[in-house]
Design a protein around this ligand. Sequence first.
Ligand SMILES: Cc1cc2nc3c(=O)[nH]c(=O)nc-3n(C[C@H](O)[C@H](O)[C@H](O)COP(=O)(O)OP(=O)(O)OC[C@H]3O[C@@H](n4cnc5c(N)ncnc54)[C@H](O)[C@@H]3O)c2cc1C
Length: 375
Amino acid sequence: MRYDAIVIGIGGMGSAAAWHLASRGRRVLGLEQFTIPHELGSSHGLTRIIRLAYSEHPSYVPLLRRAYELWRAMEQRAGEPLLVITGGVDVGPEASGTIEGSLRSCLEHGLPHELLDAAEIERRFPGFRPPRDLVAVYQPEGGIVLPERSMVVHAAAARELGAEIHEGERVTEWRPEGGGVRVRTEAGEYAADRLVITAGPWASRCVPELARLAIPERQVLIWTQPLRPERFAVGAFPIFNLEAEEGRFYGFPVYGVPGLKLGKYHHLGQQTDPDRVDREFHPEDEAVLRAGIRRYLPDADGETLLMKTCLFTNSPDEHFILDLYPEWPQVSMAAGFSGHGFKFAPVIGEVMADLAMEGGCARFDLGLFGLHRFV
Ligand SMILES: Cc1cc2nc3c(=O)[nH]c(=O)nc-3n(C[C@H](O)[C@H](O)[C@H](O)COP(=O)(O)OP(=O)(O)OC[C@H]3O[C@@H](n4cnc5c(N)ncnc54)[C@H](O)[C@@H]3O)c2cc1C
């Protein structure tokens, strides 16, 4: 059988792309090398931050508004929570990229927010102990999305509409054929009119041109037992980004499993091969995360409950890559999510369905995300 579209990689973005394609009545084949979900890529670890006042760039806000709508729609369809609103704070020095960027998005898009000084941060959220020179942008829409459940429900919804999704089947090669594509896997060969590549940390294996544009980086997360659990419960503690002297920490209230979860952007700065990631934990992994907890969240400085490794896939400017393959417009790619992509998964799925089937995306300005910016 010939498919309308093949999706390589049924992770965060690919599961949503398969769902959007199937919901438009397309014959879809999704190919995933592992299981749905799995713990070897970028989309595990139980929780991801979602926020609307986007410090990275105001261009993301329209995508985010749509992402919130699609998260809610998929929750309704699946009959289970995927998005939990907790409130969020971006914390940092007033002149930092985090604070200035967050305020810029709020002002350009008229987003509800409050600017808090350090004393007010601590009064509202006693789990924080911010140095006096830090301020926060509080945004009521901040919250948590659930990555593993998201992939499961998107893949299940796509399958219900007739999509074929093969797990444990790695794509070894693809090539353009006429106006379409032929895809070879370890198990067989398939033909389709369109190819969508959402291979996460393996992106450059599928598109060699991405070798210097989508670089995997090892991350480590920690969950600690709070010494004062009531200060870190949903309702008492928000999701946060904290730009500090040590770097940028991010974290979550206790949700789903015991423990406050914290990570640090770019952790130890270790680029890696996605098939040879060091998944052991070393004293220096814990030390860099503990330093943030001890200094800024001392009441969470209890025993380590859990640690996990995960992969960022960084683009040079840390903005996403959403585009058609330059020579073959029947091939589209979503890559380089650079540690902040998951919250967008349902809207990236929609964008990829547009790129694949319409050859472009009229509903959003994708100017920030084109491959041309690297030429
Ligand atoms: C520690 C950590 C914390 C993060 N925190 C946040 C956050 O708070 N908020 C946020 O929005 N984002 C966050 N991110 C980023 C976000 O999780 C990623 O941007 C997102 O998960 C990327 O999804 P993806 O679909 O590109 O990759 P993945 O979900 O890894 O999917 C790629 C899939 O492709 C499959 N694949 C690859 N090659 C092949 C092949 N040849 N054949 C078949 N299948 C293949 C892989 O097995 C994989 O399942 C975080 C990331 C990490 C690592």
